[in-house]
Design a protein. Structure first.
Length: 191
């Protein structure tokens, strides 16, 4: 196995933003089943059918659905090739410390900590815009959001916080030409 080159900070940063842009359509598609289920429940109960999610239980189930389905998307991509679409674009691959596909528990730890760091930012800033009492919490969420990137600056291996925690790392994926060249060398018989 060839030595894996760690991905640079900026490449990971821009891949993160691209990942966010690509995740929005995935989340929009994932919104269809909960809305359909809510409309079905409203139909069965005989209330006005508008597909709105209007109870605390429905909100909790919807949130759990989005988190579970999002993890399913990432885990599926990481198990197949170690790459999501954004990671393929930016030539990044997720590996464990030995350069292999991470275990599912590592993926869950990485996803969980990243979610805890990134998820609160937007809702808290939206609340802060409506009610000034939320402004300190919004600034705290921003600090928490930046923590993984700051960690990468001070970490000895330049790993993001969730990668350090999960024992994973983002490395540069080889170009298609290098992959084909490596495949050709493996297939050629040694005499």
């Amino acid at each position: 196995m060839t030595a894996l080159q760690p991905a640079g900070w900026w490449r990971r940063f821009f891949a993160w933003w691209y990942e966010l842009l690509l995740l929005i359509p995935v989340l929009l598609l994932l919104a269809i089943p909960p809305v359909a289920a809510q409309a079905l429940v409203q139909l069965v109960l005989g209330s006005k059918v508008d597909g709105s999610i209007d109870t605390p239980l429905a909100h909790a189930l919807n949130f759990a659905w989005f988190i579970t389905a999002s993890f399913g998307y990432f885990a599926w991509c990481w198990l197949r090739s170690g790459q999501t679409l954004a990671m393929k674009t930016w030539r990044l691959r997720l590996v464990d410390a030995q350069g292999h596909t991470p275990r599912l528990s590592q993926m869950l730890g990485r996803f969980g900590l990243a979610t805890l760091c990134y998820l609160p930012l937007l809702p808290l800033w939206m609340l802060a815009r409506r009610d000034p009492q939320w402004i300190p919490y919004a600034w705290l969420a921003l600090a928490w959001f930046i923590a993984p990137f700051f960690w990468a600056i001070v970490d000895r291996e330049r790993l993001l916080l969730h990668d350090r925690f999960a024992g994973t790392r983002l490395v540069l994926a080889p170009t298609k030409a290098k992959q084909q060249q490596a495949a050709g060398q493996q297939e050629s018989p040694v005499t």
